[in-house]
Write a protein that binds this ligand. Structure first.
Ligand code: NAG
Ligand code: NAG
Ligand code: NAG
Ligand code: NAG
Length: 136
């Protein structure tokens, strides 16, 4: 898929996630890496706690910048659809509860990840988590 097509797809995903409306909530969303330190080749799960109500989808990004170039994968709740972005390596698995499993981690995977939580209405929220790799 070309970058242009990817970009259009991401915008469509965003657009289709943004057409709903609801009152905002103030729950504190947090992420937690399990484990926080992982050996190369093992798996790490990025858990998301205190998900707000009326979420329509999630987008995970590598790093802290929420743009197309850092977009790994997304999940839309109403259609239970998983969408893959340009940074998807084939080793990431997004769950319906927003958690992200990264399998067979490499040195390159280490660092921070940001989940963008899209709620009904035009409210979105970015929450960043991270894990580190054991040096062996
Ligand atoms: C993880 O690594 C194992 C062993 O090398 C391999 O069999 C498996 O297919 C890999 N999984 C993914 C998702 O890359
Ligand atoms: C989300 O789902 C995954 C896979 O079923 C599970 O391992 C994880 O504990 C769940 N996360 C939370 C926060 O419940
Ligand atoms: C790590 O990232 C660099 C730069 O993107 C790439 O050249 C290299 O092949 C990657 N290594 C692994 C093990 O994925
Ligand atoms: C990584 O996550 C830990 C635990 O949530 C946090 O204390 C730390 O500040 C984070 N580091 C970075 C660089 O984001």
């Amino acid at each position: 898929m070309s970058k242009q097509e990817n970009h259009i797809e991401l915008e469509l995903v965003r657009a289709s996630l943004l057409i709903f409306w609801n009152a905002p909530t103030t729950a504190q969303v947090t992420t937690e890496a399990q484990p926080t330190k992982v050996s190369e080749g093992k798996d790490v799960l990025l858990l998301v706690h205190n998900l707000p109500q009326n979420v329509v989808g999630y987008i995970w990004y590598k790093g802290q910048i929420m743009d197309l170039h850092h977009y790994i994968t997304a999940y839309t709740i109403d259609t239970e659809t998983i969408i893959f972005g340009p940074v998807y390596s084939g080793r990431e698995k997004i769950y319906s509860n927003a958690s992200l499993l990264i399998q067979n981690v490499t040195q390159n995977d280490t660092g921070s990840y940001t989940i963008q939580i899209i709620k009904r209405g035009d409210e979105t929220k970015g929450v960043t988590g991270n894990f580190t790799l054991y040096r062996e």
